[in-house]
Design a protein around this ligand. Structure first.
Ligand code: DC
Length: 222
């Protein structure tokens, strides 16, 4: 039976860490939809397709052979036979993914693919519009938030950890820009579903957030 848990929220809210840990704990598939938008951005860039060209972007998505290798932790994302897990994590892809994700044909193609990937499975689906658009009938919906300063700090540490030399100010201003793009676009903007539980992770460790989510899952079950 299909069982979906959605986790949405802005960059740096802890979605990925928490979704991955939760999926592992309850033995669900982890679906990282942000990675999928990043893959579209990467492929469009390589092929020289402008994000503003909706028709070509739509055709591109139809031609992409995108799949996760889920027996690895974190799961790896493949485009055909190429492992693109690292290539999609650059600052350039942060911004380009946000840009392509506002295009109608891209959202339609991605939503279709995400539903197909989840069909018949138990899934923790992470993104911006999982609870509002892609899986509106999901059994459990969560929306993670945290103060912008804390989210920027988390991203800053992540990027330093990847060996980038970047200033905290730049990370913070990029994060603000991406938040604005994602919240104000006309299609599937970032916002909590009406029936989502909102969890503020500003003062919580990832383990505490997972515990809180587990508590809600149990409550609803009994
Ligand atoms: O979660 P992330 O930072 O990897 O996502 C990259 C971009 O993809 C994000 O800025 C907006 C877009 N995105 C989206 O529009 N809808 C989703 N479900 C997931 C991501």
């Amino acid at each position: 039976m299909n069982q979906i848990i959605t986790i949405d929220g802005p960059a740096g809210s802890g979605k990925s860490t928490i979704s991955r840990a939760l999926a592992k704990k309850i033995n669900f598939l982890y679906l990282d939809t942000g990675a999928m938008y990043r893959a579209v951005a990467l492929d469009a860039k390589r092929r020289g397709i402008s994000p503003d060209n909706g028709r070509r972007m739509g055709d591109l998505i139809k031609s992409m052979d995108l799949h996760f290798k889920t027996d690895e932790d974190p799961p790896k994302l493949f485009l055909g036979s190429e492992d693109i897990s690292l290539a999609i994590r650059s600052p350039e892809m942060d911004m380009l993914a946000s840009r392509v994700s506002a295009v109608k044909e891209v959202r339609e193609g991605m939503s279709h693919l995400q539903r197909k990937m989840a069909r018949g499975l138990k899934v923790v689906a992470e993104g911006r519009d999982m609870g509002t658009v892609v899986f509106p009938d999901a059994e459990h919906k969560f929306f993670l938030t945290a103060l912008p300063r804390v989210r920027a700090e988390r991203r800053y540490k992540e990027r330093l950890g990847r060996g980038e030399s970047v200033s905290k100010e730049i990370v913070e201003s990029e994060l603000k820009k991406r938040d604005k793009n994602d919240k104000t676009r006309s299609l599937a903007p970032l916002k909590p579903a009406e029936d989502a539980k909102i969890i503020d992770s500003t003062q919580l460790t990832p383990e505490q957030v997972v515990e809180e989510i587990m508590g809600h899952l149990k409550l609803t079950k009994s």
